[in-house]
Ligand binder design. Structure first.
Ligand code: BGC
Length: 507
């Protein structure tokens, strides 16, 4: 309308007016075409009424609705206090069986010194892909790796099927490289909650992240892998260590950075491990020799499973949990990690449409489909420069909205920001608790995972929030850890063989 009024007075204005008219007709045509595929969700506001609501009023209303995703400093302090308590419950012998955060001791007692050497194999299972790696540690670290998909039916099929698949990929990797004659030490990064009973024995406590293979919970995954390899009979392996991806991340960073004490993953799932003094680990049943410390795999994804986070959870979190493959479990993870963030944003967007605040109250088929708003969309939308909606428009088009206005794009971006900021702040609360526990003057936190890696502001959001929650006098930094699941696995295997040969010498 503004263009029309301003252009009315001269000839250039008239031809501009014609162009605008044609454009308007095209927009109406495209809009009516897209409307056929859209569903009216808004209860009271018809699309005709929509323009009567001013953009500022819509934005304000959206802000109000999203307010429950904004955590106050007070709420975050409370989250920290609960987490601290739950970690204590996990570490104490008596309360551990009922504790939600299991704090599994990993049997990794030493960090690398940077001098580790040798050739290693590593297996990495923790998401929709499985990797086999050949790693050479020396002054530098070189790697040869191959990614294999884990098809959905295998993720939820029988356990033997999963381990047969892993064994098959490993065998083909070894054959392709003609390495059948070498018996290399192997580190197995298995990124699910496991109760470790030694460096090479880990019983799966429960599946997470969309996996649900029957017959594995309660069993030693190293044993299952060995059995699958024996069933094939065509390769030989020497498993030296089984580890969580957080431990791998910590080790990988600690290789060159000697302040590193925490490993954090914010990817498909979330979890953290840290180096704890043995005297604080009542649960520890290993030897009490030097070094008097052990890496604890907290499995903090399960934080909140006893209801203690209900005061920050929202209706969206409830829906996501209810519709997940593991309801009632991994509630902290479901607010933070990449497996769920996109779906949280989608839930919010659908609600806004249904209140007539977005897209004229009409939702596309795609937006109404569970899982259609990928977590990577959040990173992409927030990667647009402020006021520019390039990525946002491409994504909205993919979702079936071809003519989103700038104001609509800004509102979609706002929703993404609320969801990702909440995730970053919750993860930051977790890290602050661990830093406050470790109480060393300067600690590096090794971080990996797709959300941390690809979200344009996650690092900064975390750093700012950790600083708010940290006790005075503690310095920290967050460092991207390169390939924890591969290099970290090799390092655990290397440190394990060094410790073994040292204790053999001592005897
Ligand atoms: C698993 C953890 C893992 C984390 C990150 C969680 O779902 O329980 O073991 O470290 O995801 O991959």
């Amino acid at each position: 309308m503004e263009i029309v009024a301003a252009a009315d007075s001269d000839e250039r204005g008239l031809s501009l007016l014609k162009v605008v008219n044609v454009l308007q007709r095209v927009v109406v045509f495209v809009h009516s075409f897209t409307l056929e595929k859209l569903h009216k969700l808004g209860p009271s506001t018809s699309s005709a009424e929509m323009p009567t609501m001013r953009e500022e009023d819509i934005a304000a209303k959206i802000k109000e609705i999203c307010q429950e995703l904004v955590l106050s400093q007070e709420a975050l302090h409370e989250v920290c206090a609960c987490l601290q308590e739950e970690l204590n419950r996990g570490l104490a012998k008596e309360s551990n069986p009922e504790a939600t955060i299991k704090c599994f001791p990993t049997y990794v007692r030493e960090l690398p010194n940077g001098k580790e050497k040798g050739r290693f194999l590593a297996l990495d299972l923790g998401g929709t892909n499985f990797r086999v790696l050949l790693i050479e540690l020396g002054d530098r670290c070189t790697m040869d790796s191959r990614i294999y998909a884990v098809p959905q039916p295998i993720m939820v099929g029988p356990g033997d099927g999963l381990f047969d698949h892993i064994a098959e990929c490993l065998a083909s990797f070894i054959k392709e490289r003609d390495m059948g004659h070498e018996l290399l030490p192997l580190g197995f990064t298995f990124s699910f909650p496991c109760k470790q009973e030694g460096l090479t024995k880990a019983r799966l406590a429960r599946w997470t992240k969309g996996f649900k293979c029957e017959g594995v919970e309660g069993r030693d995954v190293v044993d299952l892998l060995k059995q699958a390899i024996a069933r094939r009979g065509d390769v030989k392996i020497k498993i030296c260590a089984v580890l969580n991806d957080t431990t791998g991340t910590l080790m990988s960073c600690a290789w060159k950075n000697h302040n590193c004490r925490i490993g954090l993953i914010v990817g498909t799932g979330t979890n953290a491990c840290y180096m704890e003094k043995l005297e604080k680990v009542e649960l520890w049943d290993g030897d009490m020799e030097d070094p008097l410390q052990v890496v604890i795999n907290t499995e903090w994804g399960a934080f909140g499973d006893n209801g203690c986070l209900d005061f920050v959870r929202t209706e969206y979190d409830n829906i996501i949990d209810r519709e997940s493959i593991n309801p009632g479990r991994q509630l902290y993870e479901k607010m933070i990690s990449g497996m769920y963030m996109g779906e949280i944003a989608r839930q919010v967007l659908v609600r806004l449409v249904s209140e007539g605040l977005l897209f004229g109250g009409y939702a596309s088929d795609i937006l109404l489909e569970k899982g259609s708003f990928f977590t990577k969309y959040i990173s992409e939308i927030e990667s647009d420069k402020v006021g520019d909606y390039n990525n946002c428009r491409i994504i909205l088009e993919e979702l079936g909205f071809n003519d989103a206005t700038d104001a609509e794009c800004a509102n979609v971006r706002y929703v993404c920001e609320c969801v990702s900021r909440r995730a970053a702040h919750l993860a930051a609360a977790g890290v602050a608790v661990l830093l406050n526990r470790i109480r060393e003057e300067s600690v590096t936190v090794a971080v990996d995972g797709s959300v941390y890696r690809f979200h344009p502001h996650f690092h900064n959001l975390m750093v700012e929030q950790i600083s708010q929650l940290l006790e005075p006098g503690i310095k920290f930094d967050l460092m991207l850890s390169e390939d924890g699941s591969g290099r970290g696995a090799a390092l655990v295997a290397a440190v394990a063989s060094r410790s073994a040969s040292m204790s053999a010498h001592a005897r």
